[in-house]
Every structure is written in structure tokens, then in C-alpha cells.
Design a protein around this ligand. Structure first.
Ligand code: FEO
Length: 400
């Protein structure tokens, strides 16, 4: 995309789109790519906000060069986040601009030293500290564990632009668009939610704390490190983050199953139909062996009902289902109505471990767990119907 797109007269986007990387953090699929957003404030003192993933530095440097006059330097590098998708070009920047001062908090510099070694010019800032650039002034807002220990945001107080780091970010490249008023927000929302649930979702309390802090600031524009810049309606993404971090779910159900030979799958199919008959309109069924965890998590973040099925496998859970339940435990999933089912042939172990998942997460079970022996028979389908009806009743009467 074009370089140096203006947010205001003297604040520029100097980011890049990445359509080559297959997996973000070598984990999460990037079917629609991702953008690494960085920014340049041009003033008496020039300041860069973040760098980018190594491998994209040529485009980044070209963008800076197109904005600055020949011989003009960059005085500050503001480091909102040290994850390498934003700090990758840090050392190269210091080589390009040897007098540049790195700006971060105490934790930032632990990461800087750990990743890159010591630097001569550093400025350690705390909550509320200000840095004057001339006509612009920066104030620093600490947002630890969103989603790393050192994460912070930077507010430019003349324009009230808040550079938010990963918060309010998204998967997906900026295909010609840069701002929310240029984009179809309904198209963007699934990738924004997938990004939140996959990357930031473990830190819902910290998200709520940050949203409380932001209520006291009159922000005109949110400028995150990935995805759209919010200038027409910043409240839109705030509302989504509020909902996602409260785990408020829509009145729909995600059914995830593992199945080797189709018997657990048949129970999932039966439950899905009975949910529709019981009045649920949004039912999403996933085969855990087929769909990447990333997308399943995103829909679990969307809907209030969760039903998981697994056969026994080596006296435990079917591995793709185990990967899901383990991840959900790590993310401290809450506020979901839960039902569990499965199949066993000899000594079982799938449903027993699903029950352990319910105990660990303390999610509310809306029906006793059920395990069919060998293959589901009429009595098993009757119980599947009860599971669906209980789930529908609870969801439709819930206050989500
Ligand atoms: Fe976009 Fe946490 O890095």
C-alpha cells in the first residue's frame, strides 16, 4: 500500500502489509495476512512509534525516507510493545539513526537488553510522563499484560491520537483501506475477534482495566499496531472489546467434536438439529480434527453456548479435543453454558476428562455429561435431545 498516509498533517502511517507469513507467532493462521502498523510524528523532534517484523524493514525505511527531508533524523523511537512483530527492526533503526533515543518503561528495557543488548540513549518513562516534541506532546499510559508485561500506549495530546499497541488490533491486511470509515466493519469483525481471542483473550481483566482508564481520556483516534485505524467511530471497537473481555455471548451454540469413525460425530449432528428445533438460530459445528483451533476459539468467544464431544483415545481425550480444552483452560474461559458428551468402546476416558475440564473451568454444565458405549443408540439420542433442549432453554432465557 502507499507509504506515508496521513492521520493528520504531521502524523503518518509507515506500516506494511504481510501476505507471505502463514502463521502469526508461528501458531495462528494468517489466511488474510496481517498489517504491521507503525507511525511517524514529524515535528521539531521526530518520533517513530514502534518498528516492525524483521524482513519488512526496507519498506519501513523507504516510508520514513519519503516523509523526511534528506539528512533529517529521527530523534525518538517510542516502544509500545517488544514482541518482535513490532520490535524486529529496533537494532537497525539505531544503526540508521545513531543518536536516536529509545523510549519505554522499566519492563520495556528488560526486553530491549534481553533481545538486543545495551543502548546508550534511552529514556525510561512511567505512567503519565510526558515527552515534548515541539508542537506535539506524548503522554504514556501503562497497560501491562495487554498482552505482554511491558505493553503501554502512547497518547499524542495535540491531536488526541492514542497509539494502542496490539489493543484494538486485528488479523487481515489493509487492502487499500486504512481507516474505519473506509472499511466494511462487518467484514472485519471476525478477524478482529479472532485476533482478540487468540492473542489477547487470556487477559480479560487487564482489558477491562484498560477500558476503564480510557474512559478518562478524550481519544479522537485509536491507532493500533495491526488492522484498521479508528477515526470515525472509535467507540465501535471499544464496545466490541468490552463485550469480548466480559465474555458476553450471543444466543448461539458452538459444538466441537472429535470423531475417529463417525459415532461421536453422529451425536453432534443430532444435537445440532435439536438445537435448531428448540429455537436456537446460530449453531456452528466444528470437527476439531479439521478446523484450526484459532477459528474455533473465535466462535467460542462469540456465542454463549458450548458443547464438546470426544471419543476415548488411549484412555484420554481425542488429541484435537484435548488441544482445545487445554487452550480454553489456559485462557481462563468463563461465562459459557456447557454440555459434554462422547463415546467409548472399552475402558473410556474421553468423557471422564471432559468432566475434569468442566471442573477446572467451573463452567456451568446444563446437563450431566453423557457417554455412549460402542455406538449411539436410541437412549443416547434421547439424551442428546435433552442436552439440546436444556441448552436452548437456558440460552434463550439468559441475559446475555
Ligand atoms: Fe502484534 Fe503482541 O504483537
Amino acid at each position: 500500500m502507499n507509504h506515508g498516509i496521513k492521520l493528520t498533517q504531521n502524523i503518518f502511517w509507515v506500516g506494511v502489509n504481510d501476505r507471505r507469513t502463514h502463521l502469526f507467532e508461528n501458531l495462528w493462521p494468517l489466511d488474510k495476512g496481517i498489517s504491521y502498523n507503525a507511525y511517524l510524528i514529524r515535528d521539531k523532534k521526530n518520533a517513530l512509534i514502534d518498528t516492525m517484523e524483521i524482513g519488512h524493514e526496507e519498506s519501513y525505511f523507504d516510508a520514513i525516507d519519503e516523509i523526511l527531508d534528506s539528512g533529517e533524523t529521527v530523534d525518538y523511537l517510542i516502544i509500545n510493545h517488544m514482541e518482535p512483530d513490532h520490535s524486529g527492526a529496533l537494532k537497525l533503526i539505531t544503526q540508521r539513526y545513531p543518536d536516536i533515543t529509545l523510549v519505554g518503561n522499566r519492563n520495556t528495557f528488560k526486553f530491549v537488553r534481553g533481545f538486543f543488548g545495551d543502548f546508550e540513549h534511552i529514556l525510561e518513562v512511567e505512567e503519565g510522563d510526558t515527552l515534548n516534541l515541539g508542537n506535539h506532546s506524548l503522554t504514556f499510559v501503562m497497560t501491562p499484560m495487554l498482552h505482554w508485561p511491558e505493553t503501554m500506549m502512547t497518547l499524542e495530546t495535540k491531536t488526541q491520537i492514542l497509539f494502542t499497541g496490539d489493543v484494538f488490533g486485528s488479523f487481515g491486511t489493509l487492502d487499500g483501506v486504512l481507516f474505519d470509515d473506509e472499511a466494511d466493519l462487518a467484514v472485519w469483525e471476525p478477524e478482529q475477534r479472532r485476533y482478540y481471542s487468540n492473542i489477547v483473550g487470556k487477559y480479560v481483566k487487564q482489558t477491562q482495566r484498560a477500558l476503564e482508564k480510557l474512559k478518562k481520556v478524550d481519544v479522537k483516534i485509536f491507532a493500533p499496531t495491526h488492522g484498521l485505524i479508528w477515526r470515525r467511530n472509535p467507540g465501535h471497537i471499544v464496545n466490541l472489546y468490552d463485550r469480548w473481555s466480559r465474555l458476553e455471548g450471543d444466543k448461539g451454540v458452538v459444538i466441537v467434536y472429535g470423531s475417529m469413525y463417525g459415532r461421536t460425530e453422529r451425536m453432534a449432528e443430532y444435537i445440532s438439529r435439536e438445537l435448531i428445533l428448540a429455537g436456537i438460530r446460530d449453531v456452528i459445528v466444528y470437527d476439531a480434527s479439521k478446523t484450526h483451533l484459532s477459528y474455533i476459539l473465535s466462535d467460542i468467544w462469540k456465542y454463549g453456548g458450548l458443547i464438546i464431544g470426544s471419543p476415548a483415545y488411549n484412555n484420554g481425550l481425542f488429541p484435537p479435543v484435548e488441544a482445545l480444552t487445554t487452550k480454553l483452560e489456559q485462557l481462563h474461559i468463563k461465562n459459557r453454558l456447557l454440555a459434554l458428551f462422547g463415546t467409548a468402546t472399552w475402558s473410556g476416558g474421553g468423557v471422564k476428562n471432559l468432566h475434569c475440564f468442566a471442573e477446572t473451568t467451573k463452567l456451568e454444565l446444563i446437563h450431566p455429561t453423557h457417554e455412549a458405549k460402542y455406538r449411539p443408540l436410541e437412549n443416547d439420542y434421547t439424551i442428546c435431545r435433552e442436552i439440546a433442549q436444556n441448552m436452548a432453554l437456558r440460552l434463550l432465557n439468559s441475559e446475555f
